[in-house]
Design a binder for this molecule. Sequence first.
Ligand SMILES: O=C(O)C1=C[C@@H](OP(=O)(O)O)[C@@H](O)[C@H](O)C1
Ligand SMILES: C=C(OP(=O)(O)O)C(=O)O
Length: 451
Amino acid sequence: MTHATPTPSSAANGPKTARPVNALKGRLQAAADKSCSHRALIFSALAEGQSRIEGLLESEDVLATAGAVAALGAKVEREGPGAWRVIGQGRWPSPAQPLDLGNSGTGVRLLMGAASRFDLKAEFVGDESLSSRPMARVLDPLARMGVKSQASDGGRLPVTLRGSNHLDPIDYTPPVASAQVKSAILLAGLGAQGETIVREPRATRDHTEIMAPVYGADMSVEREGAGLIARVRGGKTLTPANVSIPGDPSSAAFPLTAALVTSDSEVTITGVMTNPARFGLYQVLKMMGADIGMTSAGERCGEQLVDIRVKSGALKGVEVPAEIAPSMIDEYPILSVIAAFADGVTVMKGLAELRAKESDRLAASAALLEANGVKIELGEDSLSVHGCGKDGVPGGGRVKTHHDHRLAMSALIMGCGAQAPVGVDDVSMIATSYPDFFDHMAALGAEISAG
Ligand SMILES: O=C(O)C1=C[C@@H](OP(=O)(O)O)[C@@H](O)[C@H](O)C1
Ligand SMILES: C=C(OP(=O)(O)O)C(=O)O
């Protein structure tokens, strides 16, 4: 891979603290979407020929995927900020070294699926957090397709995987709602002899299904009630494409909700993707009475965009139905923080999957709130937050992030609107998903400093 690795100006290690401010104001372009960035690199590397990606998210997770596809034979070049050229060979050889996906669940699971359809042997490794996350959810269905693999104890990384260019198609209903599982199977299905089908009782993000036809794959998705059915017919050679990455609704949630909880604030984030399988948080914020305005902002790579404007104001506690969880699975830490600023109790259910993320996000979100004087009730797969009202969140705590980017950002957002500063033990992981977080927050008027 040839690129001058971008070093975000705000990248930082160690503890930081957010101080309460009087107002946050401004208009920013959304950070590029992490899910679509991984997928664009993988499809480009699978295609035969030269693809171009505009507006790629240059975060640590995505750069790990870029490094892995380069080790799998693609020529990967950074031409300028966010502008990348990928020349795929149409087939992937055995990589000479283990593929290190760092902290990225999406990177490792999608690549295990995509690599499965080639006659290769590859070892997948990751950091401590990724090495504690479950991989059997992907390896089991891949085994049914004919992929051989050896995982470490408990189905964890390191995983050695032997792909095959004679995979069998499967018709599979995943036992967990996971776009990573669905995508791994569909990417393997690109090489299977026949039609592979994934049936989801609750629809998860469908970026793989939306992007695949752009690269000439015979993949489709149809909604079925609250679920979906995705199909791929294997055997087609993928063609290169030029794609442009839409804005990330999960990253945009941080500056937008910062405006909600800080008095006298108004923040606009432009170019945010509205894919319904990603937009649950914004639905819940509206249920809570948030002052949110949206205007259409076109389309990118088959995904609709909006500009979102948020003004501070009173919020009310709500019951968040379990069914909505897949459409906002990464947003529960920040929703927990928002709920602390509401009047009344917010009850969130169906959250078991949060325990399988970069950290146990359910327990860690509960601890974040308790450390800052907010009363909660934690269940096996639920969390209730007793709101303190708009100006009533005590703050003053130091939060253990367990090296989880979304917890770190959520705690710092709390500090912008609480009565006392909120600190976190480490911010280095924020660069895995949102390297411009500190620059964006500073541009809006936030006061976040070392210590
Ligand atoms: O497919 C994706 O890009 C992602 C899927 C989700 O994970 P699961 O599939 O494990 O729910 C999400 O948490 C992650 O941030 C990105
Ligand atoms: C869960 C996340 O990512 P991943 O699974 O790709 O590590 C996330 O970004 O919140």
